[in-house]
Design a protein around this ligand. Structure first.
Ligand SMILES: [Fe+2]
Length: 498
């Protein structure tokens, strides 16, 4: 029997009443990955077995006038199918100026489709630039938590300050996402996640979260779509991850573990690996608040760029999908098409700053690659001093980007912040001898093996970054501290310790 009531906790009654009274207001939206049938309002919704918004809400890939809103209906997140019947469900969404939703600016309806694991990606359009908004969803009588998001400044508008974070590598089995709990309370305009949003490997009995009641089905190494979907569900039950998503829009790229460890090279071409990649990409897309269209098979264009007024252009790279040969002098490590796209962007940008955000760095801390050399030379020739944000290494390494390494007297092209992991490899501070080894290279300014994230305040005059460390992640509630401040002056490439 259809039943609009529910025994499960939802946001306040006042909020719900407000939501229901506002049906019929103007809605401007398109849906990524699925059409919106006109008969949506007549759909009936049965009782959910549990709260369907258990995985929270998220937003991402903002522009000056739009942002992607995300949720996924999952009353039983840790079961295959997430406790949802194989049918579509209408989902209402609202965007408001205020947290109490007294001033609704946009609302509408879309469908959570079974073929997308009942995920919802709403492209809300017609928003004002450079503003905070609040959003929520409703399915039947169930209301989602409230999320907060922010549009970018208008194209070309003068921007005095824009604050970002970057983070990577959150292995649920290794520990608690405590750095994200602190990030949620930080003061950011946009959060970057540079990959390893999940780890696909088997979850062993020795993991710190071993007390969690998860089945063998969830612990198994991910190879099929159902297995990847379960893994995202597991990760998204983490309160820190939910809080950080609800606090800011995110911009996210993949690294390797969204598919398999170090996937790339010849293995990319094996049919079984391509099938696995298709499953990994599909589950990633279903769970990420991204503007990208749903992937078709093993193909998903992840690289993209956007600008923040006149202040900064962000070029977001895909450092895995197109890799054929690591050190081939001719074949691009990032694929010829993507490399051309990046080089064209380096030539064309007209903002004060140019940031490159990627999973794995183009070379190594002490090693070249022909692709890295071509790209760094293009930056140098164009007189562009990029700030390069990378993940992957589970260490924070702040270094000057030299035109040629390991030639210490080579010109400094830009500045790079490889960010440590959120949990991967476990509690800091890491091996002192490893740290010392990197610090022997004069272009390496700082190394840190704690878990955490980096916040960067970008202004026309400079970029001020802070490494934030948590004491441990193998237990909850670790303290955090600002481990190191960095500064980069506009027009003067290279990192200064502050
Ligand atoms: Fe990682």
């Amino acid at each position: 029997m259809p039943d609009q009531s529910s025994a499960h906790s939802t946001p306040t009654k006042a909020n719900r009443r407000n939501f229901l009274m506002l049906s019929g207001a103007a809605a401007v939206a398109s849906v990524v990955g699925g059409a919106v049938p006109a008969a949506a309002a007549t759909e009936t919704i049965g009782r959910f077995s549990s709260y369907p918004f258990a995985l929270g809400v998220a937003s991402g890939d903002p522009l000056a006038d739009s942002v992607i809103l995300w949720t996924r209906l999952a009353p039983e997140p840790l079961a295959i199918g997430s406790g949802m019947p194989q049918k579509k469900f209408p989902v209402h969404w609202q965007v408001a100026d205020d947290e109490k939703f007294s001033r609704i600016v946009r609302e509408g309806q879309t469908f959570a489709l079974p073929e997308h694991n009942h995920s919802v990606h709403v492209d809300v359009q017609g928003l004002a630039p450079d503003r905070w908004y609040y959003y929520r969803f409703r399915c039947g009588s169930e209301l989602s938590p409230v999320g907060r998001t922010r549009t970018l400044p208008a194209p070309g508008a003068h921007v005095e300050k824009f604050t970002i974070s970057h983070a990577s590598c959150q292995n649920w089995a290794t520990g608690y996402f405590t750095p994200l709990e602190y990030m949620a309370e930080d003061d950011l305009d946009l959060a970057f996640h540079l990959g390893d949003y999940i780890y696909e490997g088997a979850i062993t009995a020795a993991a710190p979260r071993n007390g969690a009641p998860i089945t063998d089905e969830i612990r198994a190494q991910c190879k099929t779509l159902d297995q990847y979907r379960l893994r995202y569900s597991l990760y998204k039950t983490d309160k820190g991850l939910q809080a950080a998503h609800a606090a800011y829009p995110w911009a996210i790229v993949c690294d390797d573990h969204e598919v398999s460890n170090d996937y790339a090279g010849g293995a990319n071409q094996w049919p079984s690996q391509l099938e696995r990649r298709a499953a990994g990409y599909k589950a990633w897309w279903e769970n990420i608040p991204t503007r990208l269209p749903a992937p078709v098979g093993p193909e998903m264009r992840i690289y993209r760029r956007f600008a923040v007024g006149d202040l900064v252009q962000f070029d977001m790279l895909d450092s895995r999908q197109y890799r054929i040969a690591d050190n081939d002098p001719v074949v691009s490590r990032i694929g010829d098409v993507q490399e051309k796209w990046l080089l064209d962007g380096i030539k064309a940008y007209d903002t004060t700053w140019n940031f490159l955000a990627q999973g794995q760095q183009l070379g190594g801390v002490t090693t070249n690659s022909p692709t890295r050399n071509r790209i760094y030379k293009a930056y140098y020739d164009q007189n562009v001093s990029p700030i390069i944000l990378s993940g992957d290494m589970h260490w924070t390494i702040a270094q000057d980007s030299l035109l040629e390494i390991p030639r210490a007297d080579s010109p400094i092209v830009g500045s790079e912040f490889i960010v440590t992991s959120i949990t991967s490899t476990g509690d800091g501070p890491g091996s002192q001898s490893t740290k010392d080894g990197w610090l022997k290279n004069p272009w390496v300014k700082y190394v840190d093996g704690y878990r955490g994230y980096i916040r960067s305040v970008i202004t026309p005059q400079g970029v001020s970054s802070t490494q934030r460390d948590v004491q441990y992640i193998t237990r909850p509630n670790a303290p955090i501290w600002d481990a190191q401040h960095f500064h980069i002056e506009a027009g003067k490439p290279g990192i200064q310790l502050a």
